[in-house]
Structure formats: C-alpha cells, structure tokens
Design a protein around this ligand. Structure first.
Ligand code: CAA
Length: 261
C-alpha cells in the first residue's frame, strides 16, 4: 500500500496524496512514497503531472507534527533535507507539474504546492505557513520559494504572522493562478495538463528549463540559457512538423499531433 495513488490519463500522470485520516500530512513514509512515485514516472510517455490530495478538505495539512515533535536538531535538519530533496525533484522534473490544491495547504502543503510549476485551487483552499506558531521555521523550502513567488514583504508577513489566507487572497497575491468550485478543480487541472501535453514535448520541457534555470541568473546569462534551448528545438522533427503544419493551408489537414521527436 502506497500513500501516493498514481493514475495515468493519456499522457498525464495524476498523483494523489492519500492519507486522509491525517489530512494528507507528510510523514516520512508519505515522503518516501512520493519520491518513489516520481521516480516511477515513465517520462517517455508522461508529458505533464498533476498533484492533488485525497478528499475534499485538504491538499496537505503540513509535515507530520507528531513525527516532528521528538526530533533532535540533527534529525530536524535531516527531515528538512529529505523534504527539500523530494520537492526539488518536482521542481527539476523535466515535465511540468500542476498542483491542484483541493483544501488546506499549510506548512509543508503550501511548500509542496510552491515546488510545482503551476498552482490552481478550490474555493475552500486555505494557505499558510503556521510553523512559527509551532516553534520552528518552514522547513521544506517555504522561506525561499514564497519570497520568490510572491514578494519578500508578503512572504515575511505570511511566515512571521503564521496567519492563514483563503483562496481569493492567494489569487490576489499571485500564489495561485485560478480558483474553482471544488468539483471543477480536478477537471480544470487535468484539462490544462492535457492542453500542455498536446504541445511539442521537447519545446514544453525546454520552456520549463529556461524559466527554472534562468530565473535566478542575471538577465544576460539567462537570455543565453534561452538562446541555447531555442536553438536546440530546431534540431527536432516536431519543430519541422509544427511549422510545416502552420504553413500548410490545406483546410482538410488532419489534427495536429506531435510525436515527441
Ligand atoms: N500533522 C499530523 N497530523 C495532522 C496534521 C499535521 N500537520 N494536520 C492534521 N492532522 C491530523 C489531526 O491531528 C487529526 O488527527 P486525529 O483525528 O487523529 O486527531 C486529523 O488530522 C484531522 O485534523 P483536525 O481534527 O485538526 O481537523 P480540523 O478540521 O479541526 O483542522 C487543520 C484542520 C486546521 C488543518 C488542523 O488540523 C491543523 O491546524 N493542522 C496542522 C497544520 C499545521 O500546522 N501544519 C504545518 C505543520 S509544520 C510543517 O509543515 C513544517 C515544514 O515546513 C516542513
């Protein structure tokens, strides 16, 4: 039995964090299963990933407080590294990852969502970094990703106050891209994932890499990253196919299908 359910819908992999009794809180076993699920993805087939939580109440209610309660300083550091390594795996996965945030995204839950490339949420979603109220700092990347995603000032306010925000405020500050009624969230996330999966796979991966690699570089270096990836697309058959498809004015041509070549 795994705490992560993996389901394939065409070229989209849906990962569901499944520990509903603890509102999908991340203990070591859940983290291990998440790492194993990510490692198991067949990237020759999968073109986009969606991550959500089981049930309609919680995405992930944070790292497991029971498990953390007795950690020593060394064990705490190791637990933080474990989470960071797995979330970095998501961030650096070659294909895009969408978080479908279906409820509480607190502490490690918000940090998991922030490691994904795109965040959509349900109307009942609640975001926050409650750690200072527990006597700790965020430990799975929250201090770094929140400041980069929203702004340093807003990250300071959320993290230092430990006050949660609801979906409309998360939308307003740019933490999520869109808010849906609960029953529409997963269909919307899958629809977006399938739209991404229909585009040229090499180009999609190159775009993720360009944005991810470039964002922390000075602009002159970042533009070189883009130039190299842009150039590399011209060595693919999908580029030749995609441009020929546009230039072909035949109204009866078949629907466009990229072959990932
Ligand atoms: N760790 C362990 N168990 C958790 C949990 C967590 N983070 N969040 C919820 N649970 C468990 C509860 O203990 C409860 O278990 P029992 O039924 O066995 O008592 C069950 O999930 C249901 O939770 P509640 O009864 O509390 O549900 P609620 O609707 O009353 O409240 C909630 C929901 C507001 C999310 C509340 O559960 C809560 O505040 N949870 C903790 C949130 C939190 O502080 N997260 C941050 C953790 S620290 C962290 O993540 C560090 C890091 O950066 C790595």
């Amino acid at each position: 039995m795994s705490y992560i359910q993996v389901e394939y819908q065409e070229q989209v992999a849906l990962l569901t964090i499944d520990r509903p009794k603890a509102l999908n809180a991340l203990n070591s076993a859940v983290l291990d299963d998440l790492a194993a699920a990510l490692d198991s993805l067949d990237l020759a087939v999968v073109r986009c990933v969606v991550i959500t939580g089981s049930g309609s109440k919680s995405f992930v209610a944070g790292a497991d407080i029971g498990e953390m309660s007795s950690l020593t300083a060394e064990e705490g550091e190791a637990f933080g590294k474990k989470g960071n390594d797995i979330f970095r795996k998501i961030e650096t996965l070659p294909v895009p990852v969408i978080a479908a945030v279906n409820g509480f995204a607190l502490g490690g839950g918000n940090e998991l969502a922030m490691a994904c490339d795109i965040r959509l949420c349900s109307e009942n979603a609640v975001f926050g970094q409650p750690e200072v109220g527990l006597g700790i700092t965020p430990g799975f990347g929250g201090t770094q990703r929140l400041a980069r995603l929203v702004s340093p000032g807003m990250a300071m306010q959320l993290i230092l106050s430990a006050k949660n925000i609801k979906a409309p405020e998360a939308l307003r500050i740019g933490l999520v891209n869109a808010v849906y009624p609960q029953e529409e969230l997963l269909p919307a996330a899958l629809k977006l994932a399938k739209a991404i999966a229909a585009n040229a796979p090499y180009a999609v991966r190159a775009c993720k890499k360009a944005i991810r690699d470039g964002i922390d570089l000075p602009m002159d270096e970042a533009l070189v990253v883009e130039e190299k990836l842009f150039g590399s697309c011209f060595a693919t058959e999908d580029q030749k196919y995609g441009m020929a498809y546009f230039l072909d004015k035949n109204k009866d041509k078949p629907a466009k299908v990229f072959q990932n070549k």
